[in-house]
Design a protein around this ligand. Sequence first.
Ligand SMILES: C[S@@+](CC[C@H](N)C(=O)[O-])C[C@H]1O[C@@H](n2cnc3c(N)ncnc32)[C@H](O)[C@@H]1O
Length: 387
Amino acid sequence: MPNFVTDRFAKPSLPFSDGGYNFLWKVCRENSSYVMVKNDNTEFFIAVKPKKDGSYVIKSDKISRPSQILFLQQALEIYAKKAQCNILFSNVKPSKLKRENFAVKNLDFFAENLFANKKNIYLEVGFGSGRHLLYQAKNNPDKIIVGIEIHKPSLEQTAKQCEILGLKNVILVDYDSRILMEFFPSNSVERIFVHFPVPWDKKPHRRVISSYFTKEALRILQNKGTLEVRTDSELYFDYVVKTFVAEDSADVKILKNFDLEVSSKYEDRWKRLGKNIYDIVLTNHKISKKIDKIAKLEFTFYSNIDKIIKNFSPKLFLGDGFFVHFETLHVKSNEIAVIKTAFGANERAEHLFIIIDKEGARYFPNSVYAFSANKAAHKIIEKWLNE
Ligand SMILES: C[S@@+](CC[C@H](N)C(=O)[O-])C[C@H]1O[C@@H](n2cnc3c(N)ncnc32)[C@H](O)[C@@H]1O
């Protein structure tokens, strides 16, 4: 995570703009603060934290960290200069890439249903180092290769490779695939790859594959489209077979120690250890109904910031299949309140901020979409903020 440590920090007065970045305002909690940064494409927080020895660490905030690390590096460099920092340590390397990477998209891109009429999509879930995804992109220029990965450094590295290789048919997004798949139109995807998913042998509810995921995969697959899982874990293999076999209108094929055209980093490691590798391929045989566009959840009230700031304390609400956790409050006098929250379905929570100012409230950095657990959580959040 890009960060630097400085023993001099002349708090810059806000707002200021430099190099295409607007540093707008900051909110504080105890001695730490979040600075809101905005450029043409995105908004994110820089976190400023004092250390015990009197120095400061200035870094990206984990929740709002932009998918394009370049934005963060540039913003941190500008901020360090403005705050006249004397840098003791830094891993903020000037990026070799000087512009945004067009492969990287955000959640709203998918919510806008831009794939509505496309029929040539390959989707890779958890692409890690991207070896398989890049191979597919290079060898199938007529396909759109969508990669979903929650680990931002992997996404960044793969995005760079796309740029270096001049690949124009790749779309990358950092989001939980279990949620993102719900934005895809029905019958739109030819192949879905899930290669070496984390086995979660002790916490199976955290696995990517579930009955719900499988049903969603079948909905978005074309007739004869495939969901292809590759694993070295015998427990995961058994679990996937059981989950797939339960589906009607689909057939299951199993392969053992079958070599693909390209081998991933994990696969190389498992092969060296002499492990068996299993492929479980589910082929869809149905045409699914079209789905409606999923709406954004928005706040509809005029919030009383003073009251929210006065009454805030961390709180956990547990509902039927969902939860809401108000974690911490960060404020700018009585003008802006930022609440760090986690909410939604138990097994796939959203981690977001709620920003409340004189104009109302909004989720940050992502929009929140009306999946059932999110809808229930949003109702509680609205009610709680109004009370
Ligand atoms: C064991 S690695 C395998 C990476 C790659 N497929 C390979 O074969 O080398 C699993 C990857 O899945 C990603 N991942 C885990 N859960 C995910 C989720 N819900 N949505 C998207 N990616 C996920 C992890 O960040 C990790 O990069």
